[in-house]
Design a protein around this ligand. Sequence first.
Ligand SMILES: NC(=O)c1ccc[n+]([C@@H]2O[C@H](COP(=O)([O-])OP(=O)(O)OC[C@H]3O[C@@H](n4cnc5c(N)ncnc54)[C@H](O)[C@@H]3O)[C@@H](O)[C@H]2O)c1
Length: 261
Amino acid sequence: MRRFAGQTVFVTGGNKGIGAGIAKRFAEEGAKVAIAAIDKDTPDTASKLADMTGTEVIGLVLDVTDGKAVQDAFGEAEARLGPLSISVQNAGVITIAKVENLTEREWDLNLDVNTKGVFLCCQEAIRRFRASGMKGRLINTASGQARQGFIYTPHYAASKFGVVGLTQSLAKELAREGITVNAICPGIIHTEMWDYNDRVWGKMLGQYGPGELMAEWVEGIPMGRAGTPAEVGALVAFLASADAAYITGQTINIDGGLIMS
Ligand SMILES: NC(=O)c1ccc[n+]([C@@H]2O[C@H](COP(=O)([O-])OP(=O)(O)OC[C@H]3O[C@@H](n4cnc5c(N)ncnc54)[C@H](O)[C@@H]3O)[C@@H](O)[C@H]2O)c1
């Protein structure tokens, strides 16, 4: 399928993990993709994806918490790839700490990247959709922790519940303009973030060796396995496609049945 031929897509955190799965899916389906992430090797990652898929992919080093930098990055993406029609707000961070040790800095980092960063990118994408008359698509990465808080991560859960709230609010504001806004809630997807979770949660919750906590939690998933970035990419591509034109303000779990609400 090449549902996005000629379209321009912006994907934050698109250089690795879930975001890389999303960016790859769009590139494979013919989109021109701008991946924007804080890691310095993002332009190199973009070049490799361009070579692999034969489509235009650019990599921008961006801190999504910096509003001016967000505006500049979207501007550069449109200048190089053409008017934007899809933006995926996927960049995120997590830290894990017992409540008495959770620092104000950690609280601010999680809320700044996971919630404010999503808002700033949505805001800039909306400005650009309106300027070009585009019935654009916004897709925001929340988390299973936007459904239910987990132990030692009140700041992360708060940041992801916030993503659902801003998604619903923007969906209502933009509905009459034909711009849809949806959120996704991945469960356990094996990425660098989950390597961190396994190590740190595992240590705090007991004597788990490498991979043991993740294996135990995966066992609790009805489908009995972790998900993949490619599977999340497929869901995001569906939400960005013409088939999803009547879907807005929704929050969709992609977790093998872990959370059924
Ligand atoms: N892996 C999972 O199981 C899982 C589950 C639920 C939700 N999520 C969410 O999915 C998203 C991607 O997670 P992942 O597992 O791929 O993580 P990851 O650690 O592999 O990748 C995180 C990405 O975010 C980018 N990033 C971090 N801070 C940034 C900043 N300030 N500005 C710009 N980019 C920044 C990084 O460069 C990287 O590309 C996150 O929002 C995460 O909270 C992941």
